[in-house]
Design a protein around this ligand. Structure first.
Ligand SMILES: Cc1cc2nc3c(=O)[nH]c(=O)nc-3n(C[C@H](O)[C@H](O)[C@H](O)COP(=O)(O)O)c2cc1C
Length: 183
C-alpha cells in the first residue's frame, strides 16, 4: 500500500516552504505519496502515515505555526512516525555540525515522540520582511545557506524508515471513520 506523508511547515519569508516542497519531492521520488502544506492550514492528520514538521527560526524560537501544529495534533500524532526540522542559521554551521533544537522545537520533539530533529541552514535575501531582516541584509549577513544535498539525504532516510514500517495508522483512521458513519 502506498504510504502517505505530510510535510507541514511554518514560514515567514518562504524559504522553509521551499525546503518542505523539496522534501515532499524527494519522498515522492522514493515511492511515497507526499504533500507539503502550511502547518496552520492542516485540520486533520488522520490520512498520513508519516509527518514531517518544519519551522523557521526567529529570535531563538521555532515558527509559531509549527509550535501550534505540534500542540494541536499531539494526541493524534502520538505513536505516529514524526520527523522535525528547523531552518535558520545564516552561515554554514548547520552543515558542519549537529545543531540541537531550540527549546520550543525540543518541547515538540519530546511531546510528539519524534524520531529525529535536524537543523538546516536558512535563507535571508532581498525582499525579506521586517526591520531586523533589513538590518541583517544591510550588514551583508544575508544569503542562502540551505544545503539541499543534506536535506535530500535526510528525506531519503525518512522514505526508507517509512517504507520499513507497516501502514497501519491510516487503516485505523479509515476504519474509525467508517465505524463513526455506520454507528
Ligand atoms: C528577525 C530575524 C530573526 C532570526 N532569528 C534567528 C534565530 O534565532 N536563529 C536562527 O538560526 N536563524 C534566525 N534567523 C534566520 C531565519 O531563520 C532564516 O532567514 C530562515 O531561513 C527564515 O525562514 P523563512 O524564509 O521560512 O521565514 C532570523 C532571521 C530574522 C529576519
Amino acid at each position: 500500500m502506498t504510504r502517505i506523508a505530510l510535510v507541514a511547515y511554518g514560514t515567514k519569508n518562504g524559504s522553509t516552504a521551499e525546503i518542505a516542497d523539496f522534501i515532499a519531492d524527494v519522498l515522492r521520488s522514493h515511492g511515497l505519496e507526499a504533500e507539503a502544506r502550511p502547518a496552520a492550514g492542516v485540520r486533520d492528520v488522520g490520512p498520513y502515515d508519516a509527518i514531517v514538521l518544519g519551522g523557521a527560526l526567529y529570535m531563538g524560537r521555532w515558527h509559531r505555526d509549527a509550535r501550534r501544529f505540534a500542540r494541536r495534533h499531539r494526541h493524534h500524532l502520538a505513536g505516529r512516525l514524526v520527523w522535525l526540522f528547523s531552518s535558520g542559521p545564516l552561515d554554514a554551521s548547520a552543515s558542519q555540525r549537529n545543531i540541537p533544537p531550540v527549546r520550543t522545537a525540543h518541547r515538540a520533539e519530546r511531546s510528539l515522540g519524534a524520531e529525529e530533529h535536524v537543523t538546516f541552514g536558512g535563507r535571508l535575501t532581498e525582499g525579506a520582511r521586517g526591520r531586523v531582516a533589513r538590518m541583517i541584509l544591510d550588514e551583508g549577513r544575508g544569503g542562502d545557506f540551505r544545503d539541499f544535498d543534506r536535506i535530500a539525504a535526510w528525506a531519503e532516510s525518512i522514505a526508507a524508515a517509512v517504507a520499513a514500517e507497516p501502514a497501519h495508522h491510516r487503516e485505523e483512521h479509515i476504519s474509525s471513520v467508517k465505524e463513526g458513519r455506520d454507528a
